[in-house]
Design a protein around this ligand. Sequence first.
Ligand code: WT7
Length: 566
Amino acid sequence: MSNIGSYEEKYKSFNWKDSEKELEYGKDGMYNIGYYCSDRICEKGFGQKIAMIWEGFTGEVKKYTYDDIRIYSNCFAKFLQDIGVNPGDRICVFMDKIPELYISFLGVLKMGGIVQPLFSAFGEEALFTRLDNAKTKAIFTTRKHLGKVRRIRKTLPEMTKIIVLDAGEKPLENDELSFDMAKMPKVDKFDIFKASPETPSVLHYTSGTTGTPKGALHVHSSIISQYITAKWVLDIRPDDIYWCTADPGWVTGTSYGIIGAWANGVTQTVLDAGFNVSHWYDFIDKYKVTVWYSAPTAIRMLMKEGDAPVKAHNLSSLRHLISVGEPLNAEAVVWSEKVFGKPFLDSYWQTETGSIMISNFPGMKVKPGSMGKAVPGITAIVVDPKTYEPITKPGLVGLVALKPGWPSMFRTYWQNKATYDGKFKNGWYICGDRSSIDAEGYFWFVGRDDDVINTAGHLVGPFEIESALLEHEAVAESAAVGKPDPINMEVVKAFIALKPGFEKSSDLEMSIMNFIRKKLSPLAMPQEIEFVASLPKTRSGKIMRRLLRAQEWGEEIGDISTLEND
Ligand code: WT7
């Protein structure tokens, strides 16, 4: 029997108060996520239970109990206090998927700071944009990524604390600080910041069509949503070995790679290594992973290698498989059922929603290719893109809309209330995705309603790429669009008009690609560049990305007179 039991029954009887009670949220006036993910589990008698089994790319293994997580996160919280970081300050954690990332995330929350996780593969420009926007006070990083931080810190006057994990013997520069977790005196008792349910907790940056990336601000009570969905959708149970493959630089890696997992007191595994088919199967086999939360691009890469590598491993420990981030094609669902004996179940949500909104549940009939149904506690519909009135006819495509009010809903975009307000229409939160709903209430994803590129489950904003492209000496104008890709769903393609005096060549193409990879990230790097004489524009001079995108997808361009008037 699954944790949720009957989906229909739970959807009908759902009440957030019941989830709060189960989590004992607010007992003794305590609302801090840091407490619920470590101290509470220890108080319940599971201090010696393994919270995290970590494996690095060299094969090195480290294990941490819940008591270790509690004590080490206390250490980091105290360290931050001692160096003058205050509640409400933004503290960025910027490192690979190493144990200290997970632990310091909780440490920041325990002292009342707002934790800002950033993907460690970000280049200095992507990093700068997000630190500058958040007016981040402190950054916790490693030697590997310190160079990027040093190159931009002079332009970030608010960022006065640079904390280096593995400083070692080599001297640090200027006022950089060393925090060597293993060598710090253990802090057994820490006075956890008395957050209220509405105290800001996590700031995750996400890309939009226009403007720079936006910081979706979450609050401590988000844990109620993350706890109950980890329990019901991921079906996490006390004896599970859970593996969330996402990086905490992205919301899946924090909502379900830290908060939802540890609030449920589960043992989780972390693999800090690049993707490799047999390495992944070895990992499942070695640690006897039971619950696996991953993404369609990874599943398609596994599928591409076929059934033989699956058969070469013992994967019989797997009990429950869930996917998120991009459309999970029906073939991948059918294939996973064939080779693993259970299908990957699709789940749908966003950085802004903080937790899963629509999903397939254990025990529910699976329709391959569908995202499933609304999570208990969530009212999800589709609305007309012009009037924002609900569409009631099954099968008609509209915009996915959610009734605001669940705990993990973002509270604003950092310093950008206008954009936040613009996301609400007719009392609905508009996700920006197109979908239909069938007669049985299943959602069928159609596509995004904007120009944001979803590559391998990661959103990249065309504006950020185009702005960076313009910094290249040869680029006069550019447009970045998503181009179909059999594995990554979309990859970035750039259309570029060169400045006078520059000629197209494969060297120039490589130079532009590398320029973006270094400045932004490997995800944002165009996989293809098309040099053009000029770019199609509206009468008001705006580049018509949609036209270029439609060409890439072989779609009907339709009536471009509206585009021209954009
Ligand atoms: C966007 C949100 C929170 C998960 C990680 C991504 C797309 C997400 C699905 C799905 C089709 C999906 C949507 C959404 N997306 N899940 N199951 N099927 N598309 O978080 O970076 O904020 O991206 O990812 O377009 O709006 P994110």
